[in-house]
Design a protein around this ligand. Structure first.
Ligand code: ZN
Length: 188
């Protein structure tokens, strides 16, 4: 297992639709193990294939539930059903979201309150999870990555502009930029 470099916004792999996973083989199992290790090292609560430079439709997540249990897993070739968005004003604190591909930044974004995730696990078995709250947010964020969408793409005024400024200030937004958890400390 190895921690892999995380692609930063601007790299084409993050901005294109990822391809279906066709084979669950040793290479894919190694990829998933590396993705868990990379997510934990970052640390983060989710990581999608394109974020480690692999344009395949899969993501891992790690979420500590209210009882302190670590609900982690991998979703291969997922589909996601989302409840409609509510229209109350954004809660800048409670709805603030970040992304390991735009490291160190957070901006508020409205997400669906509940989702239904359907996917395949590493044994090729289908599963489904109904999620609400933060786990639902994680699933929506990671699923977006598989369609080449970053949360910054969804931000509303004035946060969209603020995110674009932050990306420019960091000299991101160009191909080939990565950071390595445990080596680079971009949050400092
Ligand atoms: Zn992300």
């Amino acid at each position: 297992m190895a921690v892999r470099p995380i692609s930063i916004t601007g790299d084409p792999v993050l901005h294109h639709r990822a391809s279906e996973v066709l084979d669950i083989d040793d290479e894919l199992r190694t990829l998933v193990a590396d993705m868990f290790e990379t997510m934990d090292a970052a640390p983060g609560v989710g990581l999608a294939g394109p974020q480690v430079g692999v344009g395949l439709r899969l993501f891992v997540w790690s979420w500590i539930d209210d009882d302190g249990g670590d609900q982690r897993g991998v979703a291969i070739n997922p589909t996601l059903w989302q409840s409609p968005l509510t229209i109350e004003p954004l809660d800048d604190e409670g709805e603030s979201e970040g992304c390991l591909s735009i490291p160190g930044e957070r901006f508020p974004l409205r997400r669906a309150d509940s989702v239904l995730l359907r996917a395949t696990d590493l044994d090729g078995q289908p599963f489904e999870i109904e999620a609400v709250g933060w786990l639902a947010r994680i699933f929506q964020h990671e699923y977006d990555h598989l369609d080449g969408v970053l949360y910054a793409d969804r931000l509303e005024h004035p946060f969209h502009k603020a995110a674009a400024k932050a990306v420019k200030r960091a000299s991101w937004g160009v191909p080939g930029k990565t950071w390595l958890p445990g080596v680079d400390h971009l949050d400092d």
